[in-house]
Unconditional design. Structure first.
Length: 306
């Protein structure tokens, strides 16, 4: 488990890929769309319809005895993509900033133009009235009445040039999680690979660190592995513009614990000019031919109440 910054504070979470422990002095990267979706409790499209005038005093993290001033943004929901039901508005709390939002870069928690990138250079994400896009939200650790946006989980702005492309991706993830078996049987391989990556990413997400593992159905495991082995692993050797490594077969294999030198898979040795990804695929396929029937994919679930 690692710690990431949450609205300017430390918050326990598990990333899709292990990252070094982050302290208050280390900058946070902006995660990919698939990573944001996997760890978000609620995903919606919508518009910040208003900012409440009065700030709210809230703890910055679970168990914190001190409180800080938070501004409350009201998001009018256009569509619910994950995690919420029968609501038209959500309230999102973010740390109040003296002097206002400070421009789009600061609103998204990105380095400010004209300022050097330095440790701690990614500030808390700010929201502004009229802001539209896709929002990836977590329950605020200080109150169940509010949501918040983790650092690195910036909204996808509706005015962004790739917004429609990202919206299609998010909706594809939504459909895959709603009906994994149907998504894993899609006609197009790219759709199946996106579905498999999203499904495994969600299964392997443990935001609270309090969940336990449970094996998924064997048929679902077989379909995920079938997609993995049909995919072109060498696409990562020549990534096209906009290539999302988190939906690549090598990353999917990593999420499943299928790595060189792990789980009986031999260490990969390559010669000059050879593709590491291609050799890795060969090694995993050879391992699977001997061990595949015993392999289980597990997901994190809540503990059974006794």
């Amino acid at each position: 488990m690692r710690r990431i910054l949450f609205a300017g504070l430390a918050f326990a979470s598990v990333a899709l890929a292990e990252q070094p422990a982050l302290g208050l002095r280390i900058a946070v990267q902006n995660f990919t769309t698939s990573q944001k979706f996997a760890q978000a409790e609620v995903v919606v499209t919508g518009k910040v319809s208003s900012l409440e005038k009065e700030t709210v005093e809230l703890p910055q993290f679970p168990g914190d005895k001190n409180k800080a001033a938070f501004t409350i943004a009201v998001i009018k929901i256009e569509s619910i993509l994950s995690g919420a039901k029968n609501v038209t508005h959500l309230k999102v709390a973010f740390l109040a900033q003296a002097g206002g939002g400070g421009g789009e870069e600061q609103n998204l928690g990105l380095p400010i133009k004209g300022r050097p990138i330095r440790p701690g250079g990614f500030g808390p994400i700010q929201l502004t009235e009229g802001q539209e896009g896709i929002f990836f939200l977590q329950k605020h650790p200080g109150s169940d009445a509010y949501y918040a946006i983790q650092q690195g989980f910036a909204p996808i702005a509706a005015k962004a040039g790739n917004y429609q492309e990202e919206l299609v991706k998010v909706k594809g993830i939504t459909d895959a999680l709603a009906d994994p078996m149907k998504a894993l049987k899609a006609e197009k391989l790219d759709a199946r690979l996106l579905a498999a990556s999203a499904i495994v990413g969600k299964y392997r997400s443990n935001p609270t660190g309090q969940l336990v593992e449970k094996a998924i159905p064997a048929e679902e495991t077989k379909l995920i592995l079938k997609t993995l082995f049909e995919a072109d692993w060498t696409a990562a050797d020549r990534p096209a513009p906009g290539f999302d490594y988190q939906t690549s077969p090598s990353y999917l294999a990593s999420m499943l614990g299928l790595n060189s030198g792990v789980n009986g898979i031999p260490q990969i040795q390559i010669k000059p000019g050879e593709s590491y990804n291609a050799k890795m695929k060969e090694a995993i396929q050879a391992w699977h031919a001997k061990n595949g029937e015993k392999f289980e994919i597990k997901k994190f679930v809540a503990k059974d109440k006794k």
